[in-house]
Design a protein around this ligand. Structure first.
Ligand SMILES: Nc1ncnc2c1ncn2[C@@H]1O[C@H](COP(=O)(O)OP(=O)(O)OP(=O)(O)O)[C@@H](O)[C@H]1O
Ligand SMILES: O=P(O)(O)OC[C@H]1O[C@H](OP(=O)(O)OP(=O)(O)O)[C@H](O)[C@@H]1O
Ligand SMILES: O=C(O)c1cccnc1
Ligand SMILES: [Mg+2]
Length: 558
């Protein structure tokens, strides 16, 4: 197996660079280069360091997180090489006293001696457990800190946000990501589409993301299309061939009008609406002529119940005459519970009145500032929405700005290191570690446990003591029914190890959905979820506290 550089992986494919060409070795904080210089000057740059990348608290008030962004990290590491002009820029940016030798060193730098262990992308993960363990010469690994955090923080946050929206919406609903126009710039938009799909969305409106990642594309039309029409007279080409090609309707506009009259006269709709908006009818008719097989109309430009829905039905029934099946409607304002229920009643009434099979099952898409709370409210009220189009709140992660992943030194030259803090949640867990997920009888994950690298792994059916890393009184014996080692080798560096494949996005998405489904329901609920337990072995617990006492200066009281 090949170990170094931008080489082929097992399937013979070259590991391409990151999706965003802005992700280069310069996409880091200046202080990383300053430290790299100081390490080099001190002759320390090749000291072997181990860093853990982890977060401290689950986002959105929840008790789980979806890990995303790994593939981009590995592609970055595989292609890490400073270009001549980049090195010149670093020389200009560091103090003039820096020595030439450092820049020769930068020229030779790559990640061929860096090892990356990581939890597979799409896994459900928890605070304190390393998502990534990066080991290598300290100067190089230090340069990786910022880009790795940048690639993982938003990816995992938005994937988690998507998973949470999916959880509230339920499995059977179609979830469409509509956020590109509101996302934080182009990378925010592309990233949101990729990671919302990973977190369980079905499709995106973002065409570039469709091309880049093969995400299914979906979309409707906007109010502009509806309001751009003034009257049915504008429609010049009125012919529609039937779906089987056997006949043709010379004046589809008149056919639609005939159906509108029938609907108005129908017994069950008598009196429920008068004149509908004719310019809206023109827009719908025109759209149907353009897409007879995919007719979906935005029905809230003028009045959903008095105009949009009857106009839609008139066009849909005319299409039906020609052998086509309309797709449905989109609602983008108003009370979505009420309007979707009223629209459904209208469709069912059309089915009964005109004997059109399945007309009542017409798809209803809803959009307009949706988020977890509005989805939850709609569920509680009862609604008839089949698909949700969600933008702003989803992609901007409005409910929480950042995940807060950190990158902490846990070992140097085989010496464990600890970072202390007044705030116990900020004390780092030292040592190069192994992490396991222990499963209980119900098939649910029970606890994650971190051990020292050389400790024996937990065994199925063998009792193991799991301790809270910092709280002495919190501990439990666990007899696992299944033991899963969490971190796998994704970049072996110069070690003679096999590299994990980077699976296609679709497979990661499926993994993510399965992972979320296998969690115990009380960890997943929105209100007061039960925290999932993250622990350390007895041996690691003792060592953390030994090191803590060793490193913490004893105060003097005067
Ligand atoms: N039944 C419902 N229960 C709870 N929230 C709802 C319900 N229906 C819609 N919403 C939400 O209420 C908000 C309504 O937005 P807003 O008050 O701006 O009105 P609007 O429908 O957008 O009106 P307009 O587009 O005419 O200005 C949106 O965030 C929407 O998702
Ligand atoms: O509401 P979001 O969750 O962000 O979903 C995307 C929104 O973008 C579109 O319209 P846009 O907001 O551009 O115009 P509108 O508000 O006037 O409909 C669409 O109609 C949705 O309302
Ligand atoms: O296709 C849609 O309906 C759509 C796409 C992006 C934003 N709002 C709506
Ligand atoms: Mg809007």
């Amino acid at each position: 197996m090949a170990a170094n550089g931008p080489v082929d992986d097992h399937s013979g494919r070259v590991l391409a660079g990151p999706t965003n060409p802005m992700v280069t070795p310069l996409l880091t904080d200046l202080y990383q280069f300053s430290m790299a210089y100081a390490y080099w000057k001190a002759g320390k740059h090749n000291e072997r360091a181990v860093f853990d990348l982890y977060f401290r608290k689950n986002p959105f008030g929840g008790e789980y997180t979806v890990f995303a962004g790994l593939e981009e990290c590995i592609r970055f590491i595989a292609n890490f090489k400073l270009k001549k002009d980049e090195i010149s820029f670093i020389r200009e940016s560091l103090p003039g006293s820096s020595e030439d030798g450092f820049y020769d060193y930068l020229r030779r730098l790559d990640c061929s001696d860096v090892e990356v262990y990581a939890i597979p992308e799409g896994t459900v993960v928890f605070p304190k457990v390393p998502l990534l363990r990066v080991e290598g010469p300290i100067a190089v690994v230090q340069l990786l800190e910022t880009p790795l955090l940048n690639l993982i923080n938003y990816a995992s946050l938005v994937a988690t946000n998507a998973a949470r929206h999916r959880f509230v919406a339920g499995k059977s609903k179609m979830l469409l990501e509509f956020g590109l126009r509101r996302a934080q710039g182009p990378d925010g938009g592309i990233g949101a589409s990729k990671y919302c799909y990973m977190g369980g969305f079905d499709a995106t409106s973002n065409v570039a993301a469709g091309k880049l990642f093969g995400i299914p594309l979906r979309g409707t039309h906007s109010h502009a299309f509806v309001s751009s029409f003034m009257s049915p007279d504008e429609i010049i080409e009125k012919t529609l061939r039937s779906s089987d090609g056997s006949s043709s309707c010379e004046d589809f506009v008149s056919l639609v009008q005939t159906w509108l009259n029938k609907i108005q006269r129908a017994n069950s709709s008598h009196g429920s609406f008068g004149e509908t908006n004719q310019s809206e009818l023109a827009a719908f008719t025109s759209y149907a002529l353009a897409f007879p097989n995919n007719f979906l109309a935005l029905v809230d430009t003028y009045d959903v119940i008095r105009s949009g829905v009857p106009n839609f039905c008139a066009v849909a029934l005319a299409l039906y005459d020609m052998g086509y099946k309309a797709v449905g409607i989109r609602l983008d304002s108003g009370d979505l519970a009420y309007l979707s229920s009223e629209a459904r009643k209208f469709f069912c009434m059309m089915e009964r009145e005109f004997g059109v099979l399945d007309f009542g099952k017409m798809s209803i898409t809803a959009s307009n500032d949706l988020n977890e709370e509005t989805l939850d409210a709609l569920n509680k009220q009862g609604h008839e929405v089949d698909a949700f189009g969600i933008g702003t709140y989803l992609v901007t992660c409005y409910a929480q700005a950042a995940l807060g992943c950190v990158f902490k030194l846990v070992e140097i030259n085989n010496q464990p290191r600890i970072k202390l803090s007044e705030d116990v949640t900020k004390v780092s867990i030292p040592c190069k570690k192994r992490c396991y997920r222990l499963y209980g009888r119900g098939g649910y994950p029970l606890v994650d446990i971190m051990t020292g690298e050389n400790e024996p792994s937990p065994k199925v059916e063998e009792q193991i003591l799991c301790r809270h890393p910092f709280n002495e009184s919190k501990r439990a014996y666990v007899v696992p029914q299944r033991v899963e080692e969490l971190m796998k080798c994704y970049w072996p560096g110069s070690a003679d190890k096999a590299r994990e494949e980077l699976p296609p996005l679709k497979d990661i998405r499926e993994r993510c959905i399965r992972q979320l489904e296998q969690m115990r329901p009380d960890h997943m609920r929105r209100l007061n979820p039960t925290p999932y337990k993250v622990s350390v072995s007895g041996k690691l617990y003792d060592f953390i506290h030994f090191l803590w006492l060793n490193e913490a200066p004893v105060g003097v009281l005067q």
